[in-house]
Design a protein around this ligand. Structure first.
Ligand code: HEC
Length: 253
């Protein structure tokens, strides 16, 4: 009995622990943008802004046909000269160089949207918040820092679109320790405007995140369709079974 109580007490702590290890910056819900034009826009942003450093090595360019793009469109708009339509989305950057330049190897992004899902939000929420939380920090080697991944090695690659932002911090008393002060985040401040308005930047980021989610789970759309077909089949089958049952019992009565 005592043991059971202890076990329950420990189990009750588990979700709390998982949450506490998340770094604490609250995640925003990624807007749902799953129509084809959003996904196409996301694919374009991904290829232009992310593939220089990251790869998506389980993704072939020609799978973009599933997003409604023709082979010709993929070839002329999205491929870098050295890549083939049937090829994988690899990066030209060597991991050793990346390590030397940034101090960290950029992770493969094929399934990043699945890898980053946690009790505090879906992988899409994580990516949406991460990509919109860069701020200028001259103390960092790249000149940028991030609220979701403090001291991140990745620079803010879309800073021209978002513009330069600073993070404001306030000194407030620590609620847990008397007499101690803590550095509390108090919002972003736009220093110079970007080529996009903040609304446009949010939408572009949402498209990019929708593409990253699609890439991590391209069969998702198909699976949902299959689920609907299975449900229709089951209801027809249930109806037939019910009619058949009726007619059998009629004979007996
Ligand atoms: C100039 C090189 C570079 C470019 C371009 C770049 N990244 Fe990164 N990225 C990195 C590096 C380096 C890391 C590893 C950061 C670390 O571990 O501190 C990283 C890490 C990440 C992570 C993991 C963050 C985490 O939770 O630890 C994500 C997600 C990511 N990048 C997404 C993107 C997306 C999306 C783009 C395109 C908009 C992009 N990156 C463009 C260099 C780059």
């Amino acid at each position: 009995m005592k043991f059971a109580k202890k076990l329950i007490a420990v189990l009750a702590l588990v979700p709390g622990l998982a949450f506490a290890s998340e770094g604490g910056f609250p995640l925003e819900r990624a807007p749902d943008r799953h129509d084809l034009s959003s996904l196409q826009n996301g694919a374009k942003l991904f290829i232009n802004h992310c593939l220089n450093c990251h790869s998506a090595s389980s993704m072939r360019y020609n799978r973009l046909r599933d997003l409604g793009l023709s082979e010709e469109q993929i070839k002329s708009n999205l491929l870098f000269s050295q890549d083939k339509v049937g090829g994988m989305m690899t990066t030209a950057m060597r991991p050793d160089d990346a390590k030397a330049w940034f101090g960290a190897v950029p992770p493969d992004l094929s399934v990043i949207a699945r890898a980053k899902s946690s009790p505090s939000g879906t992988g899409a929420d994580y990516l949406y918040t991460y990509l919109r939380s860069f701020y200028k920090d001259d103390a960092r080697p790249t000149g940028w820092n991030n609220m979701v991944v403090p001291n991140v090695a990745m620079p803010h690659v879309m800073w021209q679109q978002q513009g330069v932002r600073q993070a404001k911090f306030q000194e407030v008393p620590d609620p847990h320790e008397h007499g101690k002060m803590i550095h509390k985040f108090a919002g972003f401040e736009q220093v110079t405007p970007g080529t996009m308005s903040s609304q446009e930047f949010d939408t572009a980021t949402a498209d990019l995140v929708a593409y990253l989610s699609w890439m991590a789970e391209p069969a998702q759309g198909q699976r949902k369709k299959l689920g609907v077909i299975v449900l229709i089949f089951l209801s027809i089958f249930a109806f037939l079974a019910w009619r058949l049952n009726e007619s059998y019992w009629k004979e007996v009565k």
